[in-house]
Design a protein around this ligand. Structure first.
Ligand code: F6R
Length: 590
């Protein structure tokens, strides 16, 4: 979950790395640090807890001199948030520095060996074993590069690792299960956990595969395997723009990305037709289709399971990626697994894909990040085309997933043109829903709800996944407890929590209005404050948000006002909408 950047070139490394870290903060933001090999040959390491800007103000990253360096933003896994546990980590001899994302699962065995050899440890992280293991390997006379490779070979678990050695103008790197990509510049090269780390410097990238060993120095970027044999990796151009990775006129990425949905839904709908039809064909031919995802992506799949049922008359199995192994005995070579993930790096999704592969099933994906592990490990991929999503919360990629999944269902049903046209019609609708006057109107609701402890959200049919997703948005960014239910479920227990003034957001549509209004009445009878999200108002609503009736595409439009509400609640409650506590953008550890 951590952010990683490395630079080798002719320019001062510190400003480039510092900027990269600021762009990567969405990957983890409890501590950060930079290491730079100075012109004298020794390595300057500065690190602390807190946000990058605050650490910079304290430690003066820009005061670090040298043209090769590495930087890290941390999301703590092993060991608390302390200065000692922050990266980079330094070997006992003070000569090797390492940054790492992931988990070294066998670190206790390695640590025991190192302790036996007389090494000492200053922190509690698994990462600290890596520079010391390299030092141990070097004691036998190996050069740094060979020692680093031999040390990395001994790591079990998931990792993306960068290492440098005092006095050598070289970064060595490897990955297994955690993202890492190299950036090719003119006379300078980059490496990062994510493209935005270096997007302002180059759009030419080389994707690093699991167990590749990469050496970056003044001569360029060289790929090897873990036995040191040279391998070739292709060079790609990416079409993400720097503007997409910047806030522009917005205060936060979250609101910027919510506003972008007017275009991103269209871009998602503008799928490469050949690939879309090939995936649709595979869906039709498969004996069993599984949709597999986590979090918001799972909610998009839940919506899709209803849409496939309604429009394509087809049952698709829906499984949380973290639970997928429980279904593995249903997988055969005729099964199709469609993995849905914004980042393409979510560890549970990648594990599900491995399970499917082991059983010989076909794997296709719906993914935003080109070159991500999921993209590379799929037989076919439909791209979300949403551009980089920087805010930790999924907003524009959630509606892009809904757009792609809906279009796929229409295509499977032989109604591609109708699906495309229905999605095109949403441009106007989303334009109005994200306009300043709508945002101001929703702010009135946020003012009413900002001090509440609980919010309940209900919906039936396609509004049920919307209620789940809306609850996730509110809770993860405003820290107000929010729970989504199917309208019918509330009275099976949770209605006990409704008190006078408890807010309940009620999503409805033409085909389930009567029943859900009855559920709203039940809440109102116990003093609940009812917020309706629907095409037309009802006397039971205390506050009404109008969303036009767009049938199967209602999930795309009805989530938008609640994304805005969640954002407003976060701002009013003094929470950081882009970087909520305890979260990170991609969940690359179990
Ligand atoms: C919530 C959110 C998460 C992600 C989940 C899966 O706003 O962003 O719930 O949806 O971590 O991530 P991806 O889609 O990258 O696999």
């Amino acid at each position: 979950m951590c952010g990683i950047i490395g630079y080798v070139g002719a320019k001062e490394a510190a400003p480039i790395i510092l900027n990269g870290l600021k762009r990567l903060e969405y990957r983890g933001y409890d501590s950060a640090g930079i290491a730079i090999v100075q012109p004298s040959g020794s390595t300057d390491v500065r690190k602390d807890i807190g946000r990058v800007a605050a650490i910079d103000a304290k430690l003066d990253f820009l005061g670090m001199k040298g043209t090769i360096g590495i930087g890290h933003t941390r999301w703590a896994t092993h060991g608390g948030v302390t200065q000692n546990n922050a990266h980079p980590h330094i070997s006992n001899n003070g000569k090797i520095v390492v940054i790492h994302n992931g988990i070294v699962e066998n670190y206790q065995d390695i640590k025991r060996r190192l302790l036996d050899e007389g090494f000492t440890f200053y922190g509690e992280t698994d990462t600290e074993t890596i520079p010391n293991l390299i030092e141990l390997e070097m004691r036998g006379g190996k050069d740094f590069e060979t020692a680093a490779r031999d040390a990395i070979k001994q790591l079990d678990g998931y990792y993306a690792v960068l290492a440098m050695f005092d006095g050598e103008r070289k970064i060595v790197a490897s990955r297994d299960g955690s993202p890492l990509v190299a950036g090719v510049g003119a006379g300078e090269n980059f490496i990062g956990s994510d493209i935005p780390a270096f997007l302002e410097h180059t759009k030419t990238v080389m994707y690093i595969h699991d167990k590749d060993f990469v050496v970056i120095d003044d001569a360029g970027i060289r790929f090897k395997d873990l036995d040191g044999r040279a391998i070739e990796r292709p060079v790609h151009s990416i079409d993400w723009s720097l503007e997409q990775a910047q806030k522009g006129d917005f205060d936060h990425f979250m609101m910027k990305e919510i506003s972008e949905q007017v275009d991103t839904v269209q871009k998602a709908a503008n799928q490469d037709k050949e690939t879309l039809f090939a995936v649709a064909d595979a869906v039709k031919k498969a004996k069993g289709v599984f949709l597999v995802a986590c979090g918001s992506s799972y909610h998009a799949c839940l919506s899709a399971s209803y849409i496939f049922s309604k429009i394509a008359n087809m049952h698709v199995n829906l499984v949380l990626a973290s639970e997928f192994s429980n279904y593995e005995h249903f997988l055969t070579p005729d099964t199709l697994v469609i993995a849905v993930s914004q980042s393409g790096e979510t560890i549970d999704v990648l594990d599900a894909v491995r399970t499917a592969r082991r059983k010989g099933s076909k794997v296709m994906s719906i993914v935003n990040v080109m070159g991500s592990s999921l993209h590379r490990n799929s037989d076919l991929s439909l791209m979300l085309n949403a551009g980089p999503e920087i805010c930790v919360l999924s907003t524009k990629t959630y509606t892009a997933q809904l757009a792609v999944l809906s279009l796929l269902a229409y295509t499977v049903a032989g109604r591609y043109d109708e699906g495309r046209e229905s999605l095109q019609y949403l441009w106007n609708v989303i334009y109005n829903l994200t306009a300043a006057n709508t945002r101001d109107y929703i702010k009135q609701l946020a003012d009413k709800l900002k001090d509440k402890e609980h919010v309940f959200l209900i919906g039936r049919g396609l509004q049920y996944p919307t209620a789940l997703e809306a609850a996730l948005k509110i809770k993860e960014v405003s820290y107000i407890h929010a729970e989504g239910f199917s309208g019918g479920e509330l009275k099976h227990g949770t209605i006990a929590l409704i008190e006078p003034g408890t807010p309940a957001i009620v999503f409805s549509s033409a085909d389930n209005e009567k029943e859900i209004i009855s559920n709203a009445m039940e809440i109102k009878a116990r003093g609940g404050y009812i917020i309706g999200v629907n095409a037309h108002s009802n006397e039971v609503f205390d506050f009404f948000i109008k969303t036009p009736e767009v049938g199967l595409l209602n999930p795309i439009v009805q989530i938008i006002p609640v994304q805005i509400l969640a954002y407003q609640l976060a701002v009013l409650r003094g929470c950081d909408p882009d970087m909520p506590r305890n979260l990170a953008k991609s969940v690359t550890v179990k």
